[in-house]
Structures are given as C-alpha cells and as structure tokens.
Write a protein that binds this ligand. Structure first.
Ligand SMILES: O=C(O)CCC(=O)C(=O)O
Length: 285
C-alpha cells in the first residue's frame, strides 16, 4: 500500500499521516495474546518493567520481530524514505487503565542523533487509542521547526525517562491522533507530540517503531545496532541485529541487553540542545 503523491505531500506539510489499516482483528489478538502471555509468565505487566525491556523488544520475541516487518507498514514507510529500510529503535507505549501515566510534549529526533534526520515512527495500535484512552496529540507542521531545545521535567508518571519537554509553543493548534486497534500512523522525527493518561477501561497498547533509510548514520561515539527489514544495506552504519529464535531465552536477552546497552549509552559525546549531557538515557521515542 504505497502512499499517493498527495499523501506524501500531506506528510511533508503536517509531519504525520494516518491512521491506516495494518492488522485485522485476528492478528491484533495474536500479538496482544503473545504480549500478555509473556506478562503472565513474568507475573507483571510490561508497563511496570524497565525502559530497557520496553525498548527494542523485537530482539526478545519472534512475534515482535514479525510485527516490525508488516508489509503494509513498510510499503507506506518506503513511500517516505525509500526502499532500503532499517528499524533503529522500538518502544512499547503501554498505559494501564486509570494509571495516570502520560507523555510530555517532545520530539523523537532530539535524542536520536541521526543524520540526516529522516527517521519515521510507525505507531501501531494493539488496542483502541482514543481521546479517552490517551491517544497521541500532535502539533501539525511542528516538524518544520527542526530540533527544538528540551527541558528536563517531571518524571513522576511520565513515560519519557527524564520527563523532557518543549515549551513556549502555541498548543491551541494541537490535534488528537486517534488510532483504532489494528491501525497505524506515521510521524516525522521532529513532530512535537504528547499524550494524556488513559481514562478508559482497557489498556492502551501502542508499539512505536522507528524506521530509517540505510543511508542515515548515528553521530554518537558508540556503534549502535539496527535491523534491516527491507531492501539492502550498502552503508554498514550499524551492526546487524538478529531475530530471536525463542521468546525471551538467554541468547535473545543477551543480544537485547547488548543492543539496548549501546543505545542508552551511545550518545555520550553529543550534548542536547538544552545543554544537558545526553549520556542520560532520555532517548525514548
Ligand atoms: O504513545 C505515546 O503516548 C507516546 C508515543 C511517542 O512518544 C512516540 O511514538 O514517539
């Protein structure tokens, strides 16, 4: 499902597009069941586990590795960044009903240190993401501001590790980005977005997958890892990631720990626009 030229223009102007159909309800049930079976085996919910487990989770579970390769998602991403595509990062954004967690206004790219800043996030809904359940709010056109300074803010309840936020912006133009279960949206790395707590009776489960063209490189001092999901990599800017053969086994956990360890400490020599040392793991997105 390639985007039409009008849709590509819309993305260029507004910094986001969608929602689009991604998964039929049987597939949503499969992915959600897998996630919840893991939680049951651990005796706690993913939302209560560390950032590390919620990040790059495709290295832990074969089913999550399949989720990042959905042809329909890759087709739309290809329309924006070309045929050679890697997954640079992944975050599970889960809000339990009534748990008060939220996400402050931020841009993803500010903490990703990718050049050029061509990363696209696909946000895939495994439950209804609505105004009531705390869907994304976006500021249309804000990706054209480029990388904005972020301040360190409140971390209590904030799903961003350091509570980073941008302010001084007119939020009156913000829009809700509601995504029914099984659908997905795409947003630009510099789009300013946030989300409010989940006031519904169901969990709000979104999987944010960060896609980059293989030509993009990471400018931090450590060599990071990424997964090629379509086309060919002629640049070798990242170490390859491997698909887990069994869910959450020792080998997968070791590989995942190495990849997330590099990711969360891989920004050392760069400083954030706010002047903070970006060695801190405030790199969600
Ligand atoms: O899901 C959310 O509430 C926040 C997601 C987000 O910040 C992102 O996908 O970049």
């Amino acid at each position: 499902m390639r985007l039409t030229p009008e849709q590509v223009r819309e993305y260029a102007e507004r910094g986001f597009i969608g929602p689009f159909d991604g998964l039929i309800s049987k597939e949503v049930a499969y992915f959600r069941d897998e996630l919840e079976a893991f939680e049951k085996s651990e005796g706690r919910q993913l939302s209560s586990m560390s950032n590390q487990v919620r990040a790059k989770t495709h290295l832990l579970f074969p089913w999550m590795h399949d989720l990042i390769r959905l042809p329909v998602v890759l087709d739309t991403v290809e329309s924006l960044i070309g045929p050679n595509i890697m997954v640079y990062h992944l975050t599970c954004w889960i809000k339990e009903p009534g748990d008060q967690t939220y996400v402050s206004w931020h841009q993803d790219g500010t903490y990703f240190f990718l050049e050029p800043a061509e990363h696209v996030t696909a946000w895939i809904a495994l439950s209804d993401s609505s105004e009531v359940s705390g869907c994304l709010q976006v500021l249309p056109g804000s990706h054209r501001y480029g990388a904005l300074a972020h301040k360190k803010g409140e971390t209590e309840g904030n799903l961003l590790s350091n509570g980073q936020y941008v302010d001084g912006i007119d939020w009156t133009q913000a829009e809700l980005l509601q995504v029914p279960s099984g659908q997905f949206t795409l947003h630009h790395t510099h789009l300013v977005h946030s989300s409010k707590p989940n006031r519904s009776t169901d969990r709000r489960i979104g999987i944010g997958v960060s896609y980059i063209p293989t030509r993009v490189r990471h400018t931090g001092p450590r060599r990071l890892t990424a997964t090629l999901v379509r086309g060919e990599d002629h640049f070798d800017h990242f170490d390859p990631e491997t698909k887990p053969t069994r869910g959450y086994d020792a080998l997968a956990r070791q590989h995942h720990a190495d990849a997330t360890g590099r990711f969360f400490s891989g920004h050392g020599s760069k400083r954030t626009p706010s002047g903070g040392n970006s060695e801190d793991p405030d790199v969600d997105g």
